[in-house]
Design a protein around this ligand. Structure first.
Ligand SMILES: Nc1ncnc2c1ncn2[C@@H]1O[C@H](COP(=O)(O)OP(=O)(O)OP(=O)(O)O)[C@@H](O)[C@H]1O
Length: 254
């Protein structure tokens, strides 16, 4: 794995705004097929970091490379699926069906107003099947539950055939049963389809056992390469504002 080109290679990334340091000197690599969780306290800079990886925010210093290329040279954005925070919060009268929303995962790669091809339709069907929402296709998205909407947003991202899926706190407002189902689906995408997953969460207690690495972000980054075994990771996390107890208790449940 170490010899392949990382999907993301970030070096010494810092972000300072109005003389306030939001992120300081962050470096890491993300490789194909990894499953990474990002945790950290409110305002610790997780979303800002992700936005910098995607070129939505410009770092004050440091460098981001995607598939070995500088952000300005990278064009294959369809390889990156991003589901931002609160993406699934839509008004109940929002005038789009589930199918309309998932189709958008294909239209972004096509010329404006050109119809979907047979292949596009197959990819949309496939994404909906993976997220188990085929039976919801004709429903208006605003009428769905939080958990259902969350799966619709992931299906939309999947329809563009991403190699990596970046999810920013996808479980906000979703009940525990739906969360479990969601973790199982994510794990399947990672194991069976080899999709790299980067997953920002607040909820350390429910971090799935499938996670290979844990990044703690609180202005600085702590990278735990073996979160299930390394006690020092918990200690470090607690130093950076994360409740180590939660992590500890969770591990002993399994
Ligand atoms: N462009 C910007 N201008 C001013 N402040 C910013 C900007 N971008 C981020 N910040 C500030 O940076 C801090 C980190 O925010 P960010 O949303 O990245 O944290 P987070 O770890 O994702 O938090 P949460 O868990 O609450 O979502 C916040 O205090 C935010 O207000």
């Amino acid at each position: 794995m170490k010899f392949s080109v990382p999907i993301f290679d970030i070096k010494n990334l810092s972000f300072v705004v109005k003389e306030q340091t939001i992120l300081s000197n962050i470096s890491f690599e993300i490789f194909s097929s990894e499953y990474i969780a990002i945790i950290g306290p409110n305002g610790g800079g997780k979303t800002t970091l992700i936005r910098m990886l995607l070129g939505l925010e410009t770092p004050t210093s440091g460098e981001v490379k995607i598939y070995g290329k500088k952000l300005t040279d990278f064009k294959e954005w369809h390889k990156i699926g991003y589901v931002p925070q609160r993406a699934s919060h839509v008004d109940s009268s929002f005038p789009a069906s589930v199918l309309d929303i998932v189709n958008m995962g294909r239209t972004s790669q096509r010329k404006l107003f050109s119809p979907l091809s047979k292949e596009d339709k197959e990819l949309v069907h496939d994404a909906m099947a993976k997220m188990d929402i085929l039976d919801l296709a004709e429903k208006m998205v605003g009428t769905l539950s939080g958990g259902q909407r969350q799966r619709v947003m992931i299906a939309r991202a999947l329809a563009s055939k991403p190699e990596i899926l970046i999810l920013d706190e996808p479980n906000t407002g979703v009940d525990v049963a739906s969360q479990k189902r969601f973790y199982a689906l994510l794990s399947k995408l990672n194991k069976e389809d080899g999709i790299t997953i980067v997953f920002i969460t607040h909820d350390i207690g429910v971090i799935a056992d499938d996670i290979a690495r844990l990044f703690t972000i609180n202005q600085k980054a702590i990278i735990c390469n073996n979160p299930k075994q390394t006690l020092s990771c918990e200690e470090m996390s607690s130093l950076y504002g994360i409740d180590a107890h939660l992590l500890h208790n969770h591990k002993h449940e399994h």
